[in-house]
Design a protein around this ligand. Structure first.
Ligand SMILES: NC(=O)C1=CN([C@@H]2O[C@H](COP(=O)(O)OP(=O)(O)OC[C@H]3O[C@@H](n4cnc5c(N)ncnc54)[C@H](O)[C@@H]3O)[C@@H](O)[C@H]2O)C=CC1
Ligand SMILES: O=C(O)C(=O)COP(=O)(O)O
Length: 525
């Protein structure tokens, strides 16, 4: 039974779903990195929010880990390259908390416009400072969105409802989408110049880090109010403090900070500054949504292999998964076969799909071929890390899709480039389910690829098969299936035998010594 650790506070629905789906679950929150390292080795899955930092160091101790699920959106607390290199799938729940977070941004915008937190403190202190708190109306004001994805577009919708004018800077926002959202797309400089309120909704990346730098803050309109419910690190916090102190910035509300938890901060106590402790996603509704989604996604992956909302591996929908499953088995076998047979350094690999296979999502097929190929050299390779390892090794990977149907209704062909030239194998599915090798180095064969196998290239001459049978029989090796292919009568022949026992080096030596044998290799699947 797979075992999952929930390491951050999560709605109880998550644990309930894991149990219902046959996944054992422990909920242990608030661990230090060292405490987490000590226990992480027992788990197949890890469910987190933003508190658990899944560093390379933690991953090194996660010897059984197959999947990390983030109950939420941002995954900057997970070292994704390190997870990928280890073959661990990283998933998030990209929509479950977006409305809630957008609402928090709007709430903070109101808080700034009417100085609600300060007015509340003053009133409850018995001061009744009616003349101190003079607000601004939102109607007719310009809201600048930096980042117009899921959350940004909900904020835009709500702001338009408040009769605001919404302008947006997002290099990936198409003019059509901007029109559909009712926002005006523009450059960052134009947005800085025009916005009365600015709200940030981008992930933290090398491109967005410090997007509101000291220089950019200086370009803003005097009195601008700034809201950040996305990630600490998008704003230069020291420059923000200076801007508030000088009065150039009329207000700032931060839900997120460079260092979290932010228990002390130079901004704390600054007039017109509002802070919340990373509460963007903290509503009952959003937490139920993300808990259910993350548990279902993790359980799917651990129990059935279905992949949803993964960030480092192609997704595989519940409809696609059963259709693709036999192809992935075929692809792994073909990859394993070329990996065992091709000698020397591999420089390139082409994965061609033909007929029915050409109608499918090719990425998982490619990943499975690469996993099969590289597993020949390392046990820790799987579909997740294989594409990364291939890239790291400089392997040129090409995907080709042929619409035409060839001799088979469906076909996957794998061709590797080696110093000795190209080597190609191809397979089909019998009855849409059973993987079958149909072509080996240009010779037509028809074989199962399973268990222990013996691959022989010999001169096609009478009497050979009898001698081979005797040699194997004398060594106590039973032949299961026997497949023969040849280019022409009397030319080079290929034999693929499945045998009940592994063929050791001594027996391989005897086979190689048989007259007419050019190559003999033991294979395993
Ligand atoms: N405070 C909180 O509790 C929460 C915070 N978040 C944060 O909000 C962020 C936004 O979430 P979503 O809208 O769901 O993400 P999303 O991926 O749907 O949207 C992000 C947008 O940023 C844009 N973008 C990327 N690079 C950019 C750049 N250099 N300049 C301008 N725009 C750029 C993208 O094109 C995309 O449209 C998340 O990354 C997460 O970190 C999300 C949920 C809760
Ligand atoms: O989903 C996100 O990106 C968030 O930042 C929410 O974080 P949390 O799950 O509340 O720790």
């Amino acid at each position: 039974m797979p075992k999952v650790l929930i390491s951050d506070k999560m709605d109880p629905k998550a644990a309930q779903i894991f149990r219902e789906r046959g996944v054992e679950v422990d909920e242990i929150t608030g661990k230090t990195p060292d405490e987490l390292k000590a226990i992480i080795g027992q788990y197949d899955g890890l469910a987190i929010r933003s508190s658990t930092k899944v560093t390379k160091d933690i991953l090194e101790h996660a010897t059984n880990l197959k999947v990390i699920g983030r109950a939420g959106i941002g995954v900057d607390n997970v070292d994704i390259p390190a997870a990928s290199a280890k073959g661990v799938v990283v998933m998030n729940t990209p929509f479950g908390n977006s409305i809630t977070t957008a609402e928090h941004a709007i709430a903070l915008m109101f808080a700034l416009a009417r100085q609600l937190p300060e007015a509340d403190v003053s009133t409850q202190a018995g001061k009744w400072e009616k003349n101190r708190f003079m607000g601004v109306e939102l109607t007719g004001k310009t809201l600048g969105l930096i980042g117009a994805g899921n959350i940004g577009s909900i904020v835009a919708d709500r702001a338009i409802g408040l009769r605001m004018r919404v302008i947006a800077y997002d290099p990936f926002l198409t003019p059509e989408r901007a029109l559909e959202m009712g926002v005006e797309k523009m450059t960052l400089d134009d947005l800085l110049l025009r916005a009365d309120f600015i709200t940030l909704h981008t992930p933290l990346t090398d491109q967005t880090r410090n997007i509101l730098s000291r220089e950019n803050l200086a370009k803003t309109k005097k009195g601008v109010r700034i809201i950040n419910c996305a990630r600490g690190g998008l704003i230069d916090e020291a420059a923000l403090k200076d801007g508030l102190d000088s009065g150039h910035i009329g207000g700032a509300a931060l839900d997120v900070f460079v260092q979290e938890p932010a228990k002390e901060h130079p901004l704390f106590g600054t007039p017109n500054f509002v802070a919340t402790p990373h509460l963007g996603a903290s509503t009952t509704e959003a937490q139920v949504n993300v808990a259910i989604q993350v548990a279902e996604q993790l359980a799917d992956y651990l129990v059935t292999g279905g992949v949803t909302n993964a960030l480092n591996v192609p997704s595989l929908s519940a409809e696609e998964a059963p259709r693709l499953k036999p192809y992935m088995a075929l692809a792994e076998k073909l990859g394993g076969l070329v990996g065992q047979l091709a000698h020397g350094e591999l420089t390139s690999i082409a994965i061609e799909v033909e007929g029915a296979a050409a109608e499918l999502n090719q990425k998982p097929i490619t990943s499975a071929v690469l996993a099969g190929l590289m597993r020949v050299h390392s046990d820790t390779v799987n579909m997740v890390n294989a594409p990364f390892l291939a890239k790291e090794r400089g392997l040129d990977v090409r995907e080709v899709r042929h619409d035409r149907e060839g001799d088979y209704h469906t076909l996957v062909r794998v061709t590797v480039g080696t110093q000795a030239g190209d080597r190609s194998v191809a397979g089909t599915l019998f009855g849409n389910a059973a993987p079958r090798l149909v072509e080996l180095f240009g010779i037509k064969v028809e074989a199962d690829l399973a268990g222990h196998m013996l691959y022989i290239v010999n001169e096609d001459a009478p009497g050979f098969i009898g001698r081979l049978g005797t040699t194997l029989g004398e060594a106590g090796v039973n032949i299961g299936t026997f497949h023969l292919g040849r280019r022409s009568a009397g030319g080079e022949a290929i034999l693929l035998l499945s045998v009940d026992e592994a063929v050791d080096d001594a027996l391989l030596g005897k086979v190689r010594a048989l007259p007419g044998v050019k190559t003999a290799m033991a294979l395993g699947f």
